[in-house]
Design a protein around this ligand. Structure first.
Ligand SMILES: Nc1ncnc2c1ncn2[C@@H]1O[C@H](COP(=O)(O)OP(=O)(O)OP(=O)(O)O)[C@@H](O)[C@H]1O
Ligand SMILES: [Mg+2]
Length: 284
């Protein structure tokens, strides 16, 4: 794919716990380590799970204790006075990106999130949802790939993710009510497109994440089957493709998010989806 600047993808589903953060982290890692791409991962969720996965517990606590800048300061547009600075100061890119993390290696940088993220912004006057897109355009044109992990609820941050993105990746768990968020996302994307006619944004696809089986046995039984039919139908109605390679259920995933890659079990099959995903983007 001939392109200028990075490809920016947001991982979104208005439903919680479907694997957004796991997938955002592992795709970023795959791109950096296996494809040797220059990657930026952005944590747009106040839960900060992506930040914790990349930095591990101790470093994350250190980052909070050091009052290091995060996505919050990007939205605010400055660094506030801290224990080591005596006035508001400009936000420089180096200070807000964390590199060489245990999970990502040297080709990957992370813009971390903080737990007070939403409070901080709710209290400020209507943050501009274009700030993140502007920050990316000013500072990260040298990257190959930008992956944004989003919170499960629609908010100003979802719009910030839209403004920054060319593509949306939608993880879904084959369970009862799996597609409850699809019409919501489709509507929200269409509204965004209507207000931003010059902005091309597409759902690159839906990925099935078999992150749990609630029903009869390992293959999921009739409930899973029904959920899959529903996913096919509802994705089709929105005009979204479904990736051929599904992500298997594996205890390897939570382990990998803790930085343990020793016994991955079935989780090694993630690379099949990753390969399909990056082929679609033209990187592989
Ligand atoms: N394929 C899988 N197999 C087993 N466990 C998984 C799988 N995918 C995700 N998980 C686990 O499911 C839980 C939820 O995953 P994750 O945090 O990635 O979801 P999320 O969509 O980001 O959630 P939220 O909406 O809260 O941000 C985590 O404990 C994760 O380790
Ligand atoms: Mg998450």
């Amino acid at each position: 794919m001939a392109q200028t600047g990075p490809v920016c993808v947001s991982v979104i589903n208005m439903k919680g716990g479907v694997g957004k953060t796991t997938i955002a982290a592992l795709l970023s890692r795959y791109a950096a380590l296996r494809l040797d791409l220059d990657v930026l991962a952005i944590d747009l969720d106040p839960q900060a799970n992506l930040s914790q996965a990349f930095m591990r517990d101790r470093n994350y606590r250190q980052f909070i204790n050091n009052q290091s800048p995060s996505i919050v300061e990007i939205f605010n547009g400055y660094r506030p006075p801290t224990s080591s600075s005596t006035s508001p100061s400009p936000l420089d890119v180096a200070s807000v990106t964390i590199g060489n993390t245990p999970l990502g290696g040297r080709n990957l940088q992370v813009i971390p999130s903080r737990f007070d993220f939403s409070d901080n912004l709710v209290n400020s006057l209507k943050p501009d949802p274009r700030i993140l897109a502007r920050f990316i355009s000013d500072n990260f044109q040298n990257k190959d790939l930008i992956i944004i992990d989003c919170a499960p609820t629609e908010s100003i941050f979802t719009r910030a993710a839209y403004h920054a993105s060319r593509y949306i990746l939608v993880p879904v768990k084959p369970e009862y009510f799996a597609t409850i968020g699809f019409p919501l996302l489709n509507e929200s994307l269409n509204t965004f497109r209507n207000h931003n006619r010059g902005h091309q944004i597409d759902v690159i696809g839906v990925v099935i994440n078999n992150s749990s089986y609630h029903y009869s046995g390992n293959r999921g039984g009739p409930e899973r089957h029904r959920a899959m039919l529903e996913i096919r139908q509802d994705a089709g109605e929105s005009g979204w493709r479904i990736f051929e390679n599904q992500i298997p259920l594996s205890r390897g995933f939570p382990k990998m998010m803790r930085g343990d890659f020793s016994h991955q079990g079935n989780a090694y099959k993630f690379s099949r989806f990753a390969s399909e995903f990056f082929q679609e983007l033209g990187f592989e």
